[in-house]
Design a protein around this ligand. Structure first.
Ligand code: NDP
Length: 448
């Protein structure tokens, strides 16, 4: 075993020992470390200063009780979290997730990834993530409101416009951000940009809702253009039917592609005729207003069929996983390749298992890891923070242009750091480009 492999193994064993049972967190660290250790092999300062070891330890983890009362008067009890991972290059920034699967391992993986992603955007933002095991599905608006208010009763003392600025994620959309911001404002008696993803009427930014989905598609278009190709005319499989997925559909349609799948946790719909603007309107209403299941799409449109499982068995040229972590396993990755998939842009965080990533990398397809491909959301959140600080509101076109420019810059950073004799290893490129800035800042701070 060479020295780099030996250091990597020792490091990963240490991470496993310090974070027992936290499989998602171990997976995220392992994916990053496998590309960073070769990069720092000839840079002893990073080893001496224990940069990778320190980056794998959150600055702090806050865990708290969130009691709330349901509509029947029962007292319910949830667990709330905020993982403030790394603030070397700016205030902590990262979403809140409300989903029954939320635990410390999931939030630590998301906070770790967020640190690299935020660095890639070029904006001054550190990494964090938070949330709760609360399940908004099937709850009334009043129940969701009471939960959000109770959550903020504790969270408010740990966040601030220059300290930590949360946003949405799975299960936290415009409704939840409104309830959370309303309570923050009431407790603190201050109107500041302490959350992003706010409504336009109270300090939100145009394009923020669309930014993650649009950004993942822009990134795909950037990768294709580099090799003289484009989305135009291509068949695209998308998973999820939430915020990221739906705006990815809209942008693929703008660019001339045809989206043939969407999904939720019960299964997926396959529509060979494509999910056009009218059908997308239906999905937005189904998911955001009626809060129904994707299966209903197949009842509404004769061209579509509903299936259990995940959409990766449907032949496509491009795949955009936009639901959740570990939703493409090795077998599914190989099926996508066998069916002619030439590009994957990850709208969701860590949607591909490590063995699936290996399959994509070995096939040398255009594979954009989530920390690069879905950074558009947090980038526009960063712009929302700037607008709030200076009490202004920028125009939609200007913001969309800034989003496009940011995605292209991230793409070009990946090309700069991930060029392997002409083939672009976007995974290595994104990890190294994100790492360098945070690591340099940490070196400047000495032993802190
Ligand atoms: P939403 O809550 O709006 O939508 C999530 C979608 O994914 C729903 O269709 C949901 O289906 C599905 N889903 C969630 N969990 C599972 C599961 N375990 N199995 C199958 N399907 C599942 O979330 P977002 O669109 O905001 O987030 C999607 C992904 O994008 C996440 O990985 C998130 O971290 C990432 N992301 C989001 C950003 C944003 O700006 N919102 C920014 C960057 C990344 P169901 O309704 O059945 O649960």
């Amino acid at each position: 075993m060479n020295k780099t492999a030996e250091y990597l193994e020792r490091f990963l064993n240490g991470v496993k020992k310090r974070n027992p049972g936290e499989t998602e967190f171990q997976q995220a660290v392992s994916e990053v470390a496998s590309t960073i250790f070769p990069y720092i092999a000839d840079k002893p300062i990073y080893h001496k200063m224990q940069i990778m070891e320190r980056m794998a330890e959150p600055d702090r983890v806050i865990m708290f009780r969130v009691p709330w009362t349901d509509d029947k008067g029962n007292i319910r009890n949830q667990r709330g979290y905020r993982v403030q991972f790394n603030n070397s290059i700016g205030p902590y920034k990262g979403g809140l997730r409300f989903h029954p699967s939320v635990n410390l391992s999931v939030l630590k993986f998301l906070g770790y990834e967020q640190t690299f992603k935020n660095s890639l955007t070029g904006l001054p933002m550190g990494g964090a993530k938070g949330g709760s095991d609360f399940n908004p599905k099937g709850k009334t608006d009043n129940e969701v409101m009471r939960f959000c208010q109770s959550f903020m009763v504790e969270l408010h003392r740990h966040i601030g416009e220059d300290t930590d600025v949360p946003a949405g994620d799975i299960g936290v959309g415009a409704r939840e951000i409104g309830y959370l911001f309303g309570m923050y404002k009431r407790i603190e008696n201050r109107f500041v940009g302490v959350l992003t993803g706010k409504g336009i009427e109270f300090g939100g930014s145009k394009i923020r809702t669309e930014a993650t989905g649009y950004g993942a598609v822009y990134f795909m278009e950037n990768m294709l253009q580099r090799v003289g190709d484009s989305i135009d005319g291509k068949t695209v499989a998308i998973s999820g039917s939430g915020n990221v997925a739906t705006y990815a559909v809209e942008k693929v349609n703008h660019l001339g592609g045809k989206v043939v799948t969407l999904s939720d946790s019960s299964g997926f719909v396959h529509d060979p005729e494509g999910i056009d603007a009218n059908k997308l309107e239906y999905v937005l209403d189904l998911k955001n207003v009626r809060r129904g299941r994707i299966k209903e799409y197949a009842d509404e449109f004769n061209s579509a069929t509903f299936h259990e499982g995940r959409p990766w068995i449907v032949p496509c040229a491009l795949a955009l996983p936009c639901a959740t972590q570990n939703e493409i396993n090795e077998e599914e990755a190989k099926t996508l390749l066998k069916n002619g998939c030439i590009g994957v842009s990850e709208g969701a965080n860590m949607p591909t298992e490590l063995a699936g990533i290996d399959a994509f990398q070995q096939a040398k397809i255009l594979y954009a890891p989530s920390k690069a491909a879905n950074a558009g959301g947090v980038a526009v959140s960063g712009l929302e923070m700037s607008q709030n600080s200076s009490r202004v509101s920028w125009k939609e076109d200007d913001l969309d242009n800034l989003l496009k420019e940011t995605m292209l810059n991230i793409h070009d950073s990946c090309v700069e750091y991930g060029n392997e004799a002409g083939h672009i290893n976007y995974l290595a490129g994104a990890n190294i480009a994100g790492f360098v800035k945070v690591a340099e800042a940490m070196l400047s701070f000495g032993h802190t």
